[in-house]
Design a protein around this ligand. Sequence first.
Ligand code: TK8
Length: 341
Amino acid sequence: MIIFTLLLISVLVAACGNGESDSVEGVTEASADTGETKKLRISLGLNDKTPLYKSSEKFKELVEEKTDSLNVEIYHSGQLADDRSAIEMLQFGTLDITIPSTAPFTSFVPEYGVFDLPFTLKNTDVVDKVLQGKIGDELAEKASEQGVKQLAWWENGFRQLTNSKKSIKKLDDLNGLKVRTMENDIHLGAWKAMGANPTPMAFTELFTAMQQKTVDGQENPYPTILLEKYPEVQKYVTETNHIYSPFIFLISQKTWDGLTEEQQEIVESAALEAGEHNRKLSRETAASALEELKGQMEYSKVSDAELEKFRGAVKPVIEKYKESIGQDFVEKYLNEVNNAE
Ligand code: TK8
């Protein structure tokens, strides 16, 4: 009997594996110097139809064609974590890469809040000059103080408003509208100042909240609105371009430090090259998504004259949050924006 029990225990232990070196999918993690393949896991909030996912596949292709020592695995639709939790996992070293919007990252590095100041970035030419300039480098520097390394700027895009209640043509139409915002005080303050009734919420909870009508609306770029299937739960789409959101390609400092110099060079150049691909794809998709959405939703565009009232409403919010972001940094950013225009 004893022999049978010992045999049973040894079989059970073998079946469960030793546990120490296994990670998700039971693939052995190994450092580069053992010559085994190291897995780099990426957590994305958007689904596998979006430019973000397709650009991450481009990153995977670029890395794996240059080395056999790295293998990239992409987890989409927030399967592993929402944006903020994914950033925390990078800090702990339990996740390797995530590519969130800058807004939730402001809880870790407040200076990224400059991108949440409404109506400051007017078009993609200005965006590209500012992000590829010294402001972009300075922000990436600040990220590394939080245990994450920003390797590249990717693109979420210009944000537009959708809702299930009414067509939005003027500022007063926002009164009382329950708008989901990203988890970021500036967004909350801006939508309150415009008369809406905002609710901060992780992206992973958004679709259900719209389906159950716990929120009336949300704001995101056209590719997200179309490819995350918002026309199924939203009737109206309104062109506001109220904010430009970057995506930031973040890698855990712990992961980065565990790579050889050659692997670091491969990963960084792939993140930058895939970022070029991402910007192009994001802009093409935004144009085609708008045309498709016009056939699926009631489209309205706020006139430039009316947008001046939106800008006027959020001015006090911009003044208020200059403090929390850092007065000098905001002034430096706004100067960069003016120079780029
Ligand atoms: C996806 C989010 C999303 C963002 C939001 O992870 O939360 O609305 O625009 O793209 O980062």
